[in-house]
Design a protein around this ligand. Structure first.
Ligand code: ATP
Length: 355
């Protein structure tokens, strides 16, 4: 009998539907190839486009469907011209992280082919590390606060809680334990009291992981070291906003946003989505790189955790590796001419051909 997983699909806005279509294609290929596991996919409306249609970017019915699903696969959200009255963009993907308490934003950064890195002319070694971004508090917790700019001052609070820090640090150490056994806290403990507090809690959690080396780098220095010697890092754990910024920098090291997958993981639910946004500049052109979303689908299979799922996840990563060994197989963000759909086909074919 097949294992059956219910997957909620939230394609969203901009390039979201295009990249999700290719991830679904790849997931069905994995299903056919592996046998013994099946995915029932149901699509739900979320995003700025949904706000224009129904008056809310995140309908209750979509939230409830996500709550019941075994996993959630999300494209991208946001249309720059569609904003709340106070000027902020609609970000239902962040609402979902908070609603489901998806505290670990796990972002693996891996360079499949050195020709895709801007560091290719330097001897930087392998690029293979994971950013774990705290995703429910930090500076983003200020996003729903009220402000009155007429007073000549607007203040955003960076909120760090013991509970929030303990759970994300624990998750980061667990990941490090299965990798090269090094976990680095990226903070600003030389300046901000909230970061002194975060480091104290990180040190407490580190005691439960004596087999993992714990160290610290200030966020400004981390930006420098990521460019100069990315090979130094294994797992980096950090506050929400620092993680947001460093994720884009790190994606740049391996070819750009189209190569950066992400998993937002909580104790019950998890959402898998590319690290990138809706990329309005290329939306509707059929040229978006779907690899980040396809690799996020592999992260989903890792998280679902059954034997076939784990094999499926490895089959996807192996297919990306083989497709990327040919420099002609590149979408336009990487200097090639392969379309979104063609890239999805290449990955699917590579999975099918894998003995
Ligand atoms: P958000 O704040 O929602 O994360 P953003 O404003 O940081 O979004 P993105 O949508 O991530 O911006 O896009 C940043 C840049 O990367 C844009 O130039 C965009 O075209 C490019 N980009 C993002 N995703 C892809 C992709 N899948 N393929 C090709 N280019 C991409």
């Amino acid at each position: 009998m097949s294992l059956l997983y219910n997957i909620a699909l939230l394609p969203g806005d901009g390039i979201g539907p295009d990249v999700i279509a290719e991830a679904v294609k790849v997931l069905h290929t994995v299903e056919r190839k592996l046998k013994g596991v099946a995915f029932e996919l149901s699509e739900y409306p979320v995003g700025a486009g949904e706000y224009l249609r129904s008056g809310t970017p995140l309908p209750d019915a979509s939230i409830e469907a996500c709550r019941k699903a075994d996993a959630i696969l999300l494209g991208a959200m946001g249309i720059p011209t569609v904003r709340w009255p106070d000027g902020k963009e609609m970000t239902p993907q962040i609402d979902l992280r908070e609603i489901f308490q998806l505290y670990s934003g796990v972002r693996p950064i891996y360079l499949y082919n050195s020709i895709d890195s801007p560091l290719k002319d330097f001897d930087m070694g392998e690029i293979d590390f994971v950013i774990v971004r705290e995703s429910t508090e930090g500076l983003f917790s200020a996003r729903l606060s009220q402000s009155d700019p007429s007073k000549g001052e607007v203040c955003d609070t960076l909120r760090i809680t013991r509970k929030g820090t303990e759970r994300v640090c624990r998750a980061a150490f667990e990941i490090a334990r299965k990798r090269r056994k090094k976990c680095t806290l990226i903070d600003k403990a030389n300046v901000l009291p909230s970061m002194v507090f975060m480091r104290k809690i990180f040190n407490e959690i580190a005691k439960d992981f004596p087999d993992v080396e714990a160290d610290y780098v200030y966020v400004d220095a981390a930006s420098l070291f990521l460019v100069q010697r990315p090979n130094d890092f294994d797992v980096m754990v950090t506050e929400n906003m620092f993680g947001d910024i460093l994720s884009d920098l790190a994606a740049g090291l391996v070819g750009g946003m189209g190569m950066a997958p992400s998993a937002d993981i909580g104790d019950k639910q998890a959402i898998f989505q590319p690290s990138h946004g809706s990329a309005p500049d290329i939306a509707g052109k059929g040229i978006a790189n779907p690899i980040a979303t396809i690799l996020s689908t592999a992260l989903m299979l890792d998280w679902l955790g059954c034997e076939q799922c784990k094999r499926g996840a490895n089959a996807i990563r192996d297919a990306v590796s083989r497709v990327f060994s040919n420099p002609l197989n590149r979408t336009s963000d990487l200097g090639g001419s392969v379309s979104t759909e063609q890239m999805g086909n290449l990955i699917s074919e590579a999975i099918q051909l894998n003995p």
